[in-house]
Ligand binder design. Structure first.
Ligand code: UDP
Length: 323
């Protein structure tokens, strides 16, 4: 069985669904601090904390776990700036506990939800995996510490990992069984869609004086199902090869905040009022992935573009706001 920590969360639940559809058996471990129990529609569910040593030991004794996909983490840059110790504890120290229990039970396959935030301000773009690692916020720092811990584990032997550095995950399950629902919501696309349905008055654009064509930040948006597919390919890679690796996951294309708002207007046919706001701390001007490495190594490529991302997010948004 595969243990999916954080499988009640956004990316974890989509990957959990994809794993089950691909024939894998899963156990979702989630303390529901951010996740949603009704997102766990596949596999078994255990409501517990991945940093709890005794609970983990019980779990690993009860199930035949072959690998761990580790999504559970705090993932808001802004929150990490306000609460760095909380990020260090949950994202890094608790993961060390998980790794310790994995070693005690000889479980040697691990996939990390990492982030483009490990790179910090890009020195070149698109960003390749060998770009310098200089995170500029505690969220990125906490994930980089985990990557270093994984490398140490690998060097001890009998352990392999794949670290997937996500760019901007977005979109929803096309069957609308699950989707993106953060509380509070901080991500651009769901906030724009809130403005589209009148749940918010407008969407704030965080900075219009960046050194980009229209002055707003450029990001690389990737559909959550493309992320899920990359996890399955990474898991197969771990099982079939005795090696570890680190991959970027993005679409390789950049869209400005204004581009995204315009495309949301096209798709929703709504007006979507905007408000210019100051820059948000810790936001680099441009983040675009070079995904050649995962393409060459695992044959992965993105199937969905920004239009698919926004359309699926919009369908999900309408569904959860009409229930
Ligand atoms: N952004 C914005 N207004 C918002 C939320 C986000 O202008 O209300 C911008 C943000 O500054 C960044 C981009 O949208 O340039 C994507 O932000 P998001 O929080 O979705 O993802 P992140 O890049 O932080 O992972």
């Amino acid at each position: 069985m595969i243990l999916v920590t954080g499988g009640a969360g956004y990316i974890g639940s989509h990957t959990n669904k994809a794993l089950n559809k691909a024939g894998y058996e899963t156990i979702v471990l989630d303390n529901l601090s951010k996740g949603h129990e009704d997102f766990v529609k596949w596999g078994e569910f255990v409501n517990s904390d991945f940093g709890n040593y005794d609970e983990l030991k019980k779990l690993f004794s009860s199930y035949d776990i072959e690998g761990v996909l580790h999504f559970a983490a705090f993932s808001s840059v802004a929150e990490s700036v306000d609460h760095p110790a909380m990020y260090l504890k949950n994202n890094y120290k608790n993961t060390l506990t998980l790794l310790k229990v994995m070693r005690e039970f000889n479980v040697s396959n691990f996939i990390l939800s990492s982030t483009a935030a490990v790179y910090g301000n890009p020195e070149f773009t698109p960003i390749t995996e060998n770009h310098p690692l200089k995170p500029i916020n505690p969220y990125g720092q906490s994930k980089l510490l985990v990557e270093k811990a994984l490398e140490r584990e690998k060097n001890k032997g009998d352990f392999n990992y794949v670290s997937l550095r996500y760019f901007n995950a977005a979109g929803a399950d096309f069957d609308l069984e699950i989707g993106e629902s953060h509380n509070p919501e901080t991500h651009l696309i769901p906030l724009i869609l809130d403005a589209a349905i009148g749940k918010r008055e407008n969407i704030s654009i965080f900075g219009i004086d960046y050194d980009t064509e229209d002055g707003t930040c450029i990001r690389d948006y990737i559909h959550v199902n493309d992320l899920a597919d990359a996890h399955i390919k990474s898991y197969e890679y771990l099982i079939n090869n005795n090696e570890s690796n680190i991959f970027n996951l993005g679409n390789g294309q950049g869209f400005s905040v204004k581009n995204v708002i315009d495309q949301c207007r096209d798709i929703t046919k709504m007006e979507i009022p905007v408000k210019n706001a100051p820059r948000r701390e810790g936001d680099p001007a441009v983040l675009i992935a070079d995904f050649n490495k995962i393409n060459k190594t695992l044959g992965w490529e993105p199937k969905y573009d920004l239009n698919d991302i926004i359309e699926s997010a919009w369908n999900w948004h309408k569904k959860i706001n009409s229930d």
